[in-house]
Design a protein around this ligand. Structure first.
Ligand SMILES: Cc1cc2nc3c(=O)[nH]c(=O)nc-3n(C[C@H](O)[C@H](O)[C@H](O)COP(=O)(O)O)c2cc1C
Length: 160
């Protein structure tokens, strides 16, 4: 069977995810960030996570084994943040405040959760690579905070 890329996107889009912004620093120490929904946990002990990184994104070279990055899991009122970091360009960080923890990578305030990680391995995955990181520090908001849901190519809300 030949798999049509558009049809494949529509099919995997049936799997609802949250939205993250993945942040790091470039070689000059400037902040880097991109929106990603391919995040998932991998291992509990040690605590490891992964995300899939498109080989074509501008920030591709900023992720490496041994380098720090952060997963910022967006809350329902951060759709503007998702849209901001889903675009390429130098002005992504203009007027955008962030915190830092131990490694200096951007930690986005107001998120549902933040995880500071260290690159463990990078595995080939077709037109993407799979970036695996070990979690070094994390925080999560209280249980009333709602996520952004991404489903079938659009932002949704869950009610609870
Ligand atoms: C909902 C959503 C999910 C995305 N998930 C990913 C992802 O998992 N991996 C990825 O590499 N790009 C993903 N992207 C695309 C990047 O955010 C986009 O290519 C961005 O412009 C990359 O920034 P850069 O070119 O500055 O690195 C996603 C975009 C959206 C809107």
């Amino acid at each position: 069977m030949t798999i049509d890329p558009r049809e494949f996107r529509n099919t995997v889009g049936c799997f609802a995810t949250g939205i993250t912004v993945i942040t790091t620093l470039d070689v000059d120490g400037a902040p880097i960030g991109l929106t990603a929904n391919s995040f998932t946990s991998v291992s509990l002990e040690p605590a490891m996570i992964l995300f899939c990184l498109d080989r074509k994104v501008a920030s591709f070279d900023s992720f490496a084994v041994g380098k720090a990055f952060a997963i910022n899991i967006l809350a329902v009122d951060q759709i503007d943040v998702s849209n901001r970091f889903a675009k390429s360009g130098p002005d992504k960080w203009q007027g955008f405040n962030f915190d830092t923890w131990d490694s200096g990578v951007p930690i986005i305030p107001g998120c549902l959760a933040n995880l500071e990680c260290r690159g463990d391995s990078i595995i080939d995955g077709g037109d993407h690579v799979i970036v695996i990181g070990e979690v070094e520090r994390m925080t999560a908001a209280n249980e009333d905070t709602k996520p952004i849901l991404y489903y079938r190519g659009g932002y949704k809300e869950i009610s609870f």
